[in-house]
Design a protein around this ligand. Structure first.
Ligand SMILES: Nc1ncnc2c1ncn2[C@@H]1O[C@H](COP(=O)(O)OP(=O)(O)OP(=O)(O)O)[C@@H](O)[C@H]1O
Ligand SMILES: [Mg+2]
Length: 251
């Protein structure tokens, strides 16, 4: 679905990404992991066309992403950035309504409003609909931004640390929702996350970056072993498999 080929991103002489080649499988949850500064957001933002690669190509459905018109692309891929700062005094309902922009260019019809309300309900923030976004807690705001991405209703969602600021309950509920979107609605989700136990529980495929290089790419169950965790984090882990869950402990 998404084919990344020889992507390099340089800032001056620094390689934020160094010759990355990988495929994102459709209808799966793919997590990108790696230490701070390893290039995760850079890779996600290049796939989402929020950043340009220095060299290499990204194809979506066999077409170079730069050949899509902006609105067409925004109907196919939605990207949640790591840090979202909108300095407008907006109500929640209007912010989430922006998610419909690629479909309606700002003229919300009854269907759009229904989708906006469904997205808010999905994220359990329908009760926040008339609040201003500067009145929300960090976790509430994060859920509202995710509702905006849901409202965009694209086949592909690129999520940069969506679990940030979420309490344990809402974090698990979001991962359950992501599984539902993939398993029941045919979506493709790429998610940057740090919690390995959430990865084992909810994710299909893993991409690990280190110093801008790809060091691991495959099915979680096949590749995310103790040896690989040591490679990724330079720390020793012990993995324990219970009946239903896999858990990684730092040794
Ligand atoms: N505009 C920029 N100019 C110079 N260097 C940059 C720029 N943006 C990112 N970098 C550098 O590129 C590297 C990768 O950054 P990136 O944001 O992709 O990391 P990350 O893996 O998402 O980290 P984190 O887990 O902290 O979010 C970092 O070393 C960062 O300092
Ligand atoms: Mg990042």
């Amino acid at each position: 679905m998404i084919e990344v080929t020889n992507i390099t991103k340089k800032y001056g002489s620094f390689f934020a990404l160094d010759d990355i080649t990988l495929d994102i499988a459709s209808n799966k949850v793919t997590a990108i992991v790696g230490e701070n500064g390893s290039g995760k957001s850079t890779l996600l933002n290049i796939m989402g066309r929020l950043n340009n690669a220095t060299s290499g190509s990204v194809l979506l459905d066999s077409k170079d992403i730069n050949t899509y018109a902006s609105l067409e692309y925004a109907c196919k891929i939605a990207t949640l950035k790591q840090a979202n700062t909108i300095n407008l005094r907006l109500r929640v309902i209007d912010l989430v309504g922006f998610g419909r922009y690629p479909h309606n260019q700002g003229r919300l019809n009854a269907d759009d409003i229904l989708i906006v309300e469904e997205s808010l309900a999905f994220m359990q923030c329908l009760d926040l609909r008339d609040k201003f976004i500067d009145q929300l807690s960090g976790g509430q705001l994060q859920r509202v931004y995710i509702a905006m991405i849901l409202a965009q209703d694209t086949d592909v969602m690129l999520l940069d640390e969506p679990l940030n600021n979420l309490d344990l309950k809402h974090a698990h509920e979001l991962m359950e929702l992501i599984r539902q979107l993939v398993d029941e609605h045919g979506k493709t989700v790429v998610i940057i996350m740090h919690d390995l136990n959430m990865v084992y529980r909810y994710v299909d495929n893993i991409i690990a970056l280190k110093h801008g290089r790809l060091i691991c790419d495959g099915a979680v169950d096949d590749v995310l072993n103790e040896h690989m965790l040591h490679e990724i984090y330079d720390m020793h882990f012990e993995i324990q498999k219970c009946e239903t869950h896999t858990v990684a402990f730092i040794k």
